[in-house]
Design a protein around this ligand. Structure first.
Ligand code: AMP
Length: 412
């Protein structure tokens, strides 16, 4: 299938050609046509599947064709994202794809001054990309009005709920005109997402694509039991002795990410941190340096790592285990992409035993533990009680099975 056969307009085709996109990805093949037909769409697609273009291209085309003028402090389309990182990436994509079109884009998120955003909104916007909290602030200050909205996109809706934005999202939904086209993109479809979808979408077309890899099964996973105070020393030791290159290290906190980065650099291992307190420029730079292999280690928090697209990542290290077991699956899914074997290693201290148990329960397998000489923890991990729950899917050969909630459930 070609982009031409999806009935995209020539100016979009020119840009896609310039971008080197020769064929639509599966999610683009499935979602673009119903969106162009004005239908509501519920799409199951993860980062890395080309989902941004799947909603941006038809959105740009529809808005460009309808030739309405956005009034001052109004927007014709709204894209809601859970993080500013993702909002910035979507805005970047929209402005690239929409280069040849006479449309105005704006990007608003929290953590930066509100006034410059208010000024920009005065001129009217065709596509506004926003995080929920800041959007509501702007609404309350009359900087943005919703009555001209024709299209709504909820991007990474599952993450939006995980991060506790449901109240803000519901509030925003209650303020939008009923007569609009709505699109919901989510990596997974939990009951909660389906409930949200029912309040948001009208007779939606449901599309889904299989994730680029099958996460848990093909990734080699290890747990290194270690005392909390020795984690950095163990990480340094492993990087040096195992010759690991291109590592994505996850830390639970921004502070922790900074500390680990500093220690690695001190040990002569080039590392950079990306998290919410770093400016967009610094984050973009760190990611580019990591991708072109001029730095060896990227240290990230869960939120900052969400949405970053690094292909062929060989190693993921959990410096801390996440509190939410599902995040472990998201994290390790960064490696082993496109069917390639990847390795996911976790440094786990006794205090994290409960989280480890939660993860093992979720992925339905026990992760092999390996004690590194010189790093034997004083207090062992409490993982002995893990039992494979009886289930007919849990076959006798003990093959790991992916849990319902971690799998991209086929959307019927
Ligand atoms: P996304 O899933 O939207 O984060 O996109 C993942 C990556 O795929 C981005 O770097 C896009 O630029 C790229 N991409 C999207 N659509 C295509 C396509 N049809 N052909 C090649 N690359 C694409």
């Amino acid at each position: 299938m070609s982009f031409e056969s999806l009935q995209l307009i020539p100016s979009l085709l020119t840009i896609l050609d310039k971008q080197g996109y020769t064929t639509p990805t599966p999610i683009q093949e499935k979602a673009i046509t119903p969106i162009l037909e004005g239908k509501d769409v519920m799409a199951a697609a993860q980062t890395g599947t080309g989902k941004t273009a799947a909603f941006s291209l038809p959105m740009l085309q529809l808005l460009s064709n309808s030739k309405q003028q956005a009034k001052a402090n109004h927007t014709r389309a709204l894209v809601l994202t859970p993080t500013r990182e993702l909002a910035a990436q979507v805005a970047e994509s929209v402005s690239v794809y929409g280069q040849g079109l006479d449309l105005k884009y704006n990007l608003v998120f929290g953590g930066v001054k509100i006034n410059p955003q208010m000024m920009k909104l005065r001129k009217g916007t065709d596509i506004l990309i926003a995080t929920p909290g800041r959007l509501l602030d702007l609404f309350q200050q009359n900087a943005i009005k919703f009555n001209q909205i024709e299209m709504l996109v909820l991007d990474e809706a599952d993450r939006m709920l995980d991060m506790g934005f449901i109240k803000d999202v519901k509030k925003i939904l209650s303020l939008l005109p009923k007569n609009r086209q709505s699109l919901l993109f989510s990596a997974t479809f939990s009951e909660e997402i389906r409930t949200l979808a029912r309040t948001l979408l009208k007779e939606p077309v449901e599309v889904s694509v299989t994730p680029p890899n099958t996460t848990v099964e093909i990734i080699e996973q290890h747990v290194y039991p270690v005392d909390k105070t020795k984690k950095t020393a163990l990480l340094t030791h492993l990087i040096k002795t195992e010759n690991w290159f291109q590592l994505l290290v996850f830390c639970r906190t921004k502070h922790g990410a900074n500390r680990v980065t500093k220690s690695l650099n001190k040990q002569g291992i080039s590392a950079a941190a990306i998290h919410g307190n770093k400016s967009q420029n610094v984050r973009t730079r760190a990611l580019a340096d990591f991708k072109d292999k001029s730095i060896q280690v990227l240290v990230a928090t869960d939120i900052a790592a969400r949405g970053i697209d690094i292909t062929d990542l060989p190693y993921v290290i959990n410096y801390d285990l996440p509190h939410v077991a599902e995040d472990y699956v998201h994290r390790i899914g960064r490696t082993g992409r496109a069917g390639k074997a990847g390795k996911a290693m976790s440094l786990v201290c006794a205090e994290e035993s409960k989280q480890l148990l939660g993860i093992e329960r979720l992925i339905n397998m026990k992760i092999e533990q390996q004690i590194i000489p010189g790093f034997k923890p004083i207090e062992p991990l409490l993982t002995k009680n893990f039992k494979q729950p009886a289930s007919k899917n849990n076959s006798a050969n003990n093959k790991p099975r992916r849990n319902r909630s971690t799998r991209n459930r086929a959307v019927k």
